[in-house]
Write a protein that binds this ligand. Sequence first.
Ligand SMILES: C[S@@+](CC[C@H](N)C(=O)[O-])C[C@H]1O[C@@H](n2cnc3c(N)ncnc32)[C@H](O)[C@@H]1O
Length: 227
Amino acid sequence: MIDISINFSQNSAGSIKDEKLIYPAANRNKEPILQVLKRFMTPHEDCTEEKNPLFLEIASGSGQHVFHFAPHFPTIKFQPTEVDHSLLGSINYYAKNCPTRNILPPILVDICNRLNRYGLKENSIDYLYCANMIHISPYVCTIGLFENAGLYLKHDALMITYGPYSKDGIIVPESNVEFDLSLRTRNPLWGLRDINDLKKVGEKNNLTLIDTVEMPANNKTLIWKKN
Ligand SMILES: C[S@@+](CC[C@H](N)C(=O)[O-])C[C@H]1O[C@@H](n2cnc3c(N)ncnc32)[C@H](O)[C@@H]1O
């Protein structure tokens, strides 16, 4: 068992009831995403306790993803975060029940803010992970994600983003076109983002897209490296 103490200034999960939520989509995609993580993340098997690498998840939702990933990387500290206070209880439930005990209690994080507000230091994150937020939030959240990745990831560290994207302005297949339309109907500021636009935001923030992995259900995992 590793020591998962970390200098985060806040644990906002305190008074929330730990009620486990199950997102069917997360149950379907957690294993394919894990297989991609295993390809790109190093196992860090021989790191000392005080040097456990940090995997920061933005927009954790229910908390199912880190719960599925963490036992496969027992020396990595997983820090789930969410902007929606009502989800912290579920994330905390999963964190507390992780058999390898390497998930920290969730913290409230709005990715539009600089991460130093939550006690993080620049160049301190080994992996930044964000699934299904980029298209279900205003574009300023995507900008915030990339700006924070540029500032807070270590040199050569990875940001991993998962979800549906358009490429060269084209959305395929038709089901994703319909999904994009339904998102924009719910909120005009939401919608699928174009990989070329994201690459430009990446360039501004010292992030290079090093791989695009095709995933089930017309999703992609994008692997970004901090220069
Ligand atoms: C579709 S859910 C994805 C949850 C989870 N990552 C998954 O794939 O199952 C999108 C999440 O983005 C979060 N979110 C929206 N705006 C955010 C922001 N500004 N900062 C952090 N998270 C945000 C929402 O609260 C929501 O939980």
